[in-house]
Write a protein that binds this ligand. Structure first.
Ligand code: ACO
Ligand code: PYR
Length: 575
């Protein structure tokens, strides 16, 4: 047996112990494996561990616009394991070859204390469990956990599956019994809350069928995502009462977000005693998504008294985990996402920043570093002098109220024209320098012309050319360049002409370019705001340009971008 297997064996035993003890509220040993370090920790008696079950790779992939490659799935699973997630649902092995391959390949990796679960549905009607392809695929996945979904709602059994209520109970019981010979079985009770409301007696019977078959966890699913927290709490309590004669069975919760309550509903279930919470990273999933595990973990780990998640560790990796999943899923971040969003600790209103500078708890519910996030102070027309002081610390203007007011007035004037400095730290830095008189231009643009069109040889071949004249020291220099589009041509012409004077620009590159119409009412004559993000080996910075002309707006942002780089590198202007 290799070291990894020994480690997994020890961890599994400790987890089983932890689960058993957590049911009786006793002393709780928990195994932690974080970024390769394995250790056992003892959670204080007062803390009840809540096990986190991630279904990003299965239910998350049912979200519109989400499609993971096999490698994406493997990378996300490893990241989840590093963060200390207890259970990782890898996919539906019957569904496609990629999911089947996932279960083979994930076995080669060290997941510390995390357990992989394969997901599938109960056996098909009129078929023995051992003959059902879905059952066989689940066993073939060889995962330590198997999660099997069955029907709770009588209406679903008769109308969707087309089976009698008795046959549905047999499908659940026989499927779980077959699977429990091979793995730790979690039973996902689909539509539990709708089913219970329609026919409570039958809903409990479905759980009892799963428990009799040997399922260890009853995960109650709010599949349609329409329940309210008080309904979740009341019905979960009834479910627990209905299974009191199965003391070895624990409960989980799986909520969808159709009423924007998935996290609140999950926490309501924890309040009444569930010990496993299912959800996805960033809440991605079918329709409006699943309970966002980021918020579930944040609230359980930092807010609710008496619970422990991820073995008490891993919370400070939440921001990085959230962004990793967004990047891998090729999805846009949600700036306003609780705990981990870019704006979660961003302060814009002048009065807020004034207070934050005195004590961060005046406008922050937690210290952002607890979840790996950071505070940001934004500068805008809503700023007061406190914002300016907070972002301009390197300019030594803390005690100069007159300069602070001048900067603020300039920000308000420019924002009125359509500028926005929130994501344009480079341009804001140059603005301060201009106001305090420390801006020393490294060149002056004299004129430029950009031409774009189709070549006559091939009408579909589009070209762009830029001609530029700038003054560097006492020389006027011309350059012309072609590019992939007019802005690229202008950028190329500018850099080519500057490089002999400022070789530092060689390691500067364009990271992102965004255009936005700032006066929608004016149609094509509307103003445009261009944001450019540039970077070098050390940092990235944002610059901005605003004009009725998109090329001019882009040129302003380009010029600021280059000037910022030369200023930050303390380059002496050429003579
Ligand atoms: C609530 C949830 O999120 S459950 C998970 C939902 N996720 C997915 O469906 C993604 C993966 N699914 C798939 O790849 C495919 O749907 C498969 C491979 C599972 C099945 O594909 P198909 O055999 O072509 O069937 P299809 O998807 O059209 O219909 C579902 C079948 O499963 C049956 N079924 C649905 N739920 C269950 C259940 N809990 N137990 C047994 N059978 C079920 C339906 O009756 C239907 O069979 P029928 O056509 O014989 O009546
Ligand atoms: C199992 C599941 O995903 C649900 O019922 O929502």
């Amino acid at each position: 047996m290799n070291q990894h297997r020994v480690r997994q064996g020890v961890e599994s035993s400790v987890r089983v112990l932890a689960r058993q003890y957590s049911n009786t509220q006793c002393f709780t040993p928990v195994a932690i494996c974080l970024r390769g370090f394995f250790r056992l920790t003892l959670i204080p008696m007062s803390k009840k561990p809540i096990f986190i079950y991630d279904t990003t790779l299965r239910d998350g992939s049912q979200g519109e616009g989400v499609s993971f490659s096999l490698n994406d799935k493997l990378q996300i699973a490893l990241r989840l394991a590093e963060t200390g997630i207890d259970f990782i649902e890898g996919g539906y092995p019957l569904s496609n070859e990629k999911d089947e391959a996932f279960f083979k390949q994930i076995r080669e990796h060290d997941l510390g204390g995390s357990q992989i679960c394969a997901f599938g549905m109960t056996r098909r009607r009129s078929m023995k469990a051992q003959d059902d392809p879905g059952m066989k695929a689940l066993v073939a996945a060889k995962s330590p956990g198997i999660t099997v979904v069955g029907k709770t709602w009588d209406f679903h059994a008769t109308e969707v599956l087309g089976v009698s209520l008795e046959e549905n109970l047999a499908m659940i019981g026989e499927s779980v019994e077959f699977l429990a010979e091979n793995a730790h079985v979690i039973y996902d009770a689909e539509h539990f809350f709708d089913g219970f409301r329609a026919n409570p007696e039958y809903a409990i019977k479905t759980l009892r069928a799963a428990a009799a078959g040997g399922a260890k966890v009853m995960a109650l699913c709010d599949t349609n995502g329409g329940s309210l927290p008080e309904q979740i709490a009341a019905i979960t309590t009834k479910a627990m009462e209905g299974l009191q004669d199965y003391p070895g069975v624990s409960f989980g919760i799986h909520c969808h977000n159709d009423g924007e309550l998935a996290v609140a509903n999950s926490l309501a279930a924890v309040d009444v005693g569930v010990t496993q919470v299912q959800g996805t990273i960033n809440g991605i999933g079918e329709r409006c998504g699943n309970a966002d595990l980021i918020s579930v973990i944040g609230n359980l780990g930092l807010k609710k008294e008496g619970y422990s998640v991820l073995g008490g560790e891993g919370l400070s990796h939440l921001t990085e985990l959230s962004r990793f999943v967004y990047e891998t899923a090729n999805l846009q971040w949600r700036n306003g996402q609780a705990f981990v969003g870019q704006s979660a600790f961003a302060h814009k209103g002048g009065m807020h920043v004034h207070a934050i500078n005195k004590a961060s708890k005046t406008y922050e519910h937690i210290d952002p570093s607890l979840v790996g996030n950071e505070r940001r102070i934004l500068v805008s027309e809503l700023s007061g002098r406190s914002n300016i002081i907070a972002v301009a610390d390197k300019h030594s203007i803390q005690d100069d109220k007159e300069v602070q007011s001048k900067i603020l007035a300039e920000v308000v004037r420019l924002e009125n024209q359509g500028f926005q400095f929130e994501n344009a730290g480079g341009s804001f830095d140059l603005l301060i320098k201009r106001v305090v008189g420390s801006f020393t231009p490294h060149f002056s643009p004299l004129k430029y012309r950009v031409v774009a069109g189709e070549t006559s040889a091939d009408e579909r071949d589009v070209y762009s050319e830029a001609i530029l004249k700038i003054r560097i020291g006492d020389q006027d220099v011309f350059n012309a360049a072609e590019g992939h589009g007019p802005v690229n041509a202008l950028d190329t012409a500018l850099r080519e002409v500057l490089l002999p004077f400022y070789p530092q620009l060689r390691d500067m590159h364009l990271v992102d370019y965004k255009v936005r119409v700032v006066d929608n009412g004016a149609g094509t004559a509307a103003g445009t705001r261009v944001n450019i993000e540039s970077g070098d080996k050390e940092e990235t910075w944002g610059t901005i340009g605003v004009s009725d002309n998109i090329i001019e707006a882009s040129f302003q942002a380009l010029l600021d971008s280059v000037e910022y780089k030369l200023h930050k590198d303390n380059v002496t202007p050429a003579t």
